[in-house]
Design a protein around this ligand. Structure first.
Ligand code: AMP
Ligand code: ZN
Length: 105
């Protein structure tokens, strides 16, 4: 599949991984917009938030338990932002669901 995040997950493209488990992977954004900027990506190729269904409920619940642990690990637990751009109109450039975890500045 021609998906840059699937390739990162498979280790075919290098990335600076921060965390991984059976369901998701986290790595640093290659073009950080803030002091701390990581991406949390499900291993399953879901094209965007618009494609989420009931089938993904447990996966997304899991990701939301990983997010505060990562925030703690990255030293931003006191204040952080989580963003998902869905669709090109909203600025989505990689068509594999991901959550931006960013420090406030
Ligand atoms: P979005 O624009 O919301 O789809 O976010 C995609 C993000 O992926 C952008 O912030 C990019 O900087 C980031 N990105 C693209 N390619 C890579 C890569 N090879 N490694 C890490 N982050 C990447
Ligand atoms: Zn993918």
């Amino acid at each position: 599949m021609d998906c840059i995040f699937c390739k990162i997950i498979e280790g075919l493209i290098p990335s600076e991984k921060i965390y991984e488990d059976d369901l998701c992977v986290a790595f640093y954004d290659i073009e950080p917009q803030t002091r701390v900027h990581a991406l949390i990506v499900p291993r399953e190729h879901i094209p965007s938030a618009a494609a989420i269904t009931e089938h993904h409920a447990a996966l997304l619940g899991h990701i939301w338990t990983v997010i505060p642990k990562l925030a703690e690990q990255l030293g931003v637990a006191e204040g952080f932002r989580v963003v998902t751009n869905s669709g090109a109109d909203a600025g989505q450039t990689v068509a594999h669901l991901h959550f931006h975890l960013q420090s406030p500045k």
